[in-house]
Write a protein that binds this ligand. Structure first.
Ligand code: DX5
Ligand code: ZN
Length: 233
């Protein structure tokens, strides 16, 4: 089977109702989410605090698709095992989180999980090259990590294009995280992104009780991205 580079929409539950995660996760999955993106922040690597492994384990009971765990924490290595046990399918660590990202990616794969490598908007691709064979996903941050609802940074589009060329035939996803909307999705999809994380643009206008807007938002992002892929092909 060939590697799946089709567009996947990964709602970030950072924009969900924090008092109702179970229903929010089920609602976005019912409304067409392909993956569920979980943003783990430590108040040190990024200036915000979110979830630890027990919360992620609780989310797992509701996720039936793919639980994509984005670790914005430093150090990261001491916590890999705990997030693997919490049920992450993909564990993504930042290149900027430590000096030994090669070892970090090996440690993630040693747990049997898929390994992701995230890079901040100010980080270039030079240090990514020798890590590509250890990564199942590279996450290009299109905002500075820490908060939802920020403005998309357009300079990252060229980085996505260059990363896509660098990846070549390797089975590595390109994930785009931050400021993804129906307006920005086509730009990154045409450049080679296939996993589109979106928090505010998915959750806006809806709720777990009235989730139809989630579905409309997901479809709008997907349609815009797919149209751009068709145009680029
Ligand atoms: C930012 C997080 C993102 C964030 C995206 O640090 O990694 O996943 O939730 O939120 P939006 O889509 O609102 O920019
Ligand atoms: Zn994220």
């Amino acid at each position: 089977m060939s590697f799946d580079r089709s567009i996947k929409i990964a709602p970030s539950i950072l924009s969900a109702d924090f008092a109702d995660f179970g229903r929010e996760i089920r609602a976005v999955e019912d409304q067409g989410a392909d993956w569920v993106h979980v943003d783990v922040m430590d108040g040190h690597f990024v200036p915000n605090l979110t979830f630890g492994p027990p919360a992620v384990a609780a989310f797992r009971r509701h996720v039936t698709t793919v639980m994509d765990v984005h670790l914005m924490i430093a150090p990261v290595d001491p916590y890999i095992e705990a997030f693997a046990e919490a049920g992450a399918d993909i564990i993504t660590a930042h290149l900027e989180a430590g000096a030994h990202t090669h070892r970090t990616l090996q440690a993630i794969r040693a747990t049997g999980k898929k390994a992701g490598l995230a890079i901040n908007p100010g980080t270039g691709l030079d240090d990514v090259e020798y890590l590509l064979d250890l990564a199942d996903l590279v996450c290009i941050m299109t905002v500075n990590p820490g908060f939802g609802g920020q403005k998309f940074i357009h300079s990252q589009i060229d980085k996505v294009r260059r990363l896509r060329a660098m990846i070549g035939d390797r089975p590595v996803h390109i994930e785009i995280d931050g400021g993804v909307t129906p307006r920005t999705a086509p730009l990154v999809a045409a450049a080679g992104g296939d996993v589109l994380v979106a928090g505010s643009a998915v959750f806006k206008g809806g709720s777990a009780e009235a989730p139809a807007p989630y579905g409309a938002n997901i479809r709008a992002i997907r349609a815009a991205a797919e149209a751009a892929c068709g145009a680029a092909a």
